[in-house]
Design a protein around this ligand. Structure first.
Ligand code: G3H
Ligand code: 13P
Ligand code: ZN
Length: 341
C-alpha cells in the first residue's frame, strides 16, 4: 500500500470513534518496531519525523525507510507526517520529499521558541494549507502553546487553546486537524504528580469539538511516562528523576470527545533506552551492536502495540481502501469550489 493521507486515516478514525497514535521516529529500528506493532494489532498508523529526526537520519534515508515500510507491510495504512514544522519552508520541503501530511506549528515563531502572534499563525498556516492541499497532502495546525522545552523546542510558556480562536483559524486556513494546548507538555517531566481533571483542561477538548465537529483534534505531549519503564531504566544504570505523564484514561476521554491523533515520542524513547541498557548490562562481553539494536526495536514494538490497543486503532487496518493523493487533491479542489460558489 502506498503511504496514505493523514486526512483519510483520521476521517476513518472519526467514523470508527477511535484515536490513532502518531509515533516519532529517527531510525530504522523505531520504524520497524512500529510496523511490527501495527501488524500484530492490525492497526493503521501515523509515523512522524521532527526536524531533528530529518537532520539526524537524513531526508532521503528516512523517506526510503518509510517506502520500505509501506512495501513490507502492505496491509497497514501508514501516513508519513512532518512533526512541528517551524516554517512554510520546512513543510514545503517535507511535501516535496513525499510526506503525506505536515504540521505547520505557527503557534511559535520560526525559531521554535518564541510565542508567535495570532495573525502570523494564520498567515503561515494558510500558506502551507494552500500548497499542501493542491497536492492532496494533509495539514495540522496548532493553536496555543504547550509547556516544557524539549531539546530546545518549545517556549516553556503554557497558553491554553481558546475555542473561539480555534474556530476562527480553521475557517481562515482550511486545515484538516488542529493541535490543542490543554496543559500537556513535551518530554518526560510533565507533572510533579499524577494529573487530574484540574490540571488537564479536558473540558476544552469537548468545547472545541462541539464548535469544530469536522476538524480532527490532535493531542501533543501524550506520553504516559510509565513508572515501570523509569524503574527499569534506573535499575539498569540510568538516572531519571520520578516523572509523571498523561494517564491513558485521560487520552481515552479525549478520544471520546474528538481527539483523533495522539502524539507519542517520549514513551518510545524510554522503552528503547530501558531495553538497550538492560541488554548491555545483561551481556557486558557482547560487542555485536545487533544485540542492543534488536532490543531497542523490541522495546519500541511493545510500547507502541500497547498504545495501539489503548487508543482503539487496533483491528482497523483493513477497514478501508487507501485514496491516492491525487484523489485527495480532487476532494480539496471540490470543497474549495463549493465554498466559493
Ligand atoms: O515534539 C517534539 C518531539 O518529541 C520531537 O523531538 O525534536 O527531539 O526530535 P525532537
Ligand atoms: P511526548 O514528549 O509526550 O511523547 O510528546 C510528543 C509530541 O507531542 C511530538 O509532537
Ligand atoms: Zn508535539
Amino acid at each position: 500500500m502506498p503511504l496514505v493521507s493523514l486526512r483519510q486515516l483520521l476521517d476513518e478514525a472519526a467514523k470508527g470513534g477511535y484515536g490513532v497514535g502518531a509515533f516519532n521516529v529517527n531510525n530504522m529500528e523505531q520504524i520497524q518496531g512500529i510496523m511490527e506493532a501495527a501488524r500484530a494489532t492490525n492497526s493503521p498508523v501515523i509515523v512522524q519525523a521532527s526536524r531533528g529526526a530529518r537532520s539526524y537520519a537524513g531526508d532521503r534515508f528516512l523517506y526510503h525507510l518509510m517506502l520500505a515500510a509501506a512495501e513490507v507491510y502492505p496491509e497497514i495504512p501508514v501516513a508519513l507526517h512532518q512533526d512541528h514544522g517551524n516554517s512554510p519552508e520546512t513543510c514545503i520541503s517535507a511535501i516535496d520529499l513525499g510526506f503525506t501530511s505536515v504540521m505547520m506549528d505557527g503557534s511559535l515563531e520560526a525559531d521554535g521558541k518564541s510565542v508567535a502572534d495570532y495573525e502570523y499563525n494564520v498567515a503561515v498556516t494558510r500558506e502551507v494549507a494552500e500548497y499542501a492541499h493542491a497536492r492532496g497532502v494533509t495539514v495540522e495546525g496548532e493553536l496555543g502553546t504547550l509547556g516544557g522545552i524539549e531539546d530546545g523546542v518549545g517556549s516553556g510558556e503554557v497558553h491554553l487553546t481558546d475555542p473561539e480562536q480555534a474556530h476562527d483559524i480553521v475557517e481562515r486556513t482550511g486545515i484538516d486537524a488542529i493541535a490543542v494546548a490543554i496543559g500537556t507538555s513535551h518530554g518526560a517531566y510533565k507533572f510533579s504528580k499524577k494529573p487530574d481533571g484540574q490540571v488537564l483542561a479536558m473540558h476544552l477538548i469537548e468545547e472545541i469539538h462541539r464548535r469544530l465537529p469536522d476538524t480532527h483534534l490532535v493531542m501533543h505531549g501524550s506520553s504516559s511516562v510509565p513508572a515501570d519503564l523509569i524503574e527499569r531504566l534506573n535499575a539498569a544504570g540510568g538516572k531519571m528523576k520520578p516523572a509523571f505523564g498523561v494517564p491513558v484514561e485521560e487520552i481515552q476521554l479525549g478520544i471520546r470527545h474528538g481527539v483523533r491523533k495522539v502524539n507519542v515520542d517520549t514513551d518510545g524513547r524510554l522503552a528503547i533506552t530501558a531495553a538497550v541498557r538492560e541488554a548491555l548490562l545483561a551481556k557486558p562481553e557482547e560487542f555485536d551492536p545487533r544485540h542492543f539494536t534488536k532490543a531497542s526495536r523490541e522495546g519500541m514494538r511493545e510500547v507502541v502495540a500497547e498504545r495501539m490497543v489503548q487508543f482503539g486503532q487496533a483491528g482497523h487496518a483493513g477497514d478501508y481502501e487507501p485514496l491516492s493523493l491525487d484523489q485527495m487533491k480532487q476532494t480539496y479542489a471540490e470543497t474549495a469550489a463549493g465554498a466559493t460558489s
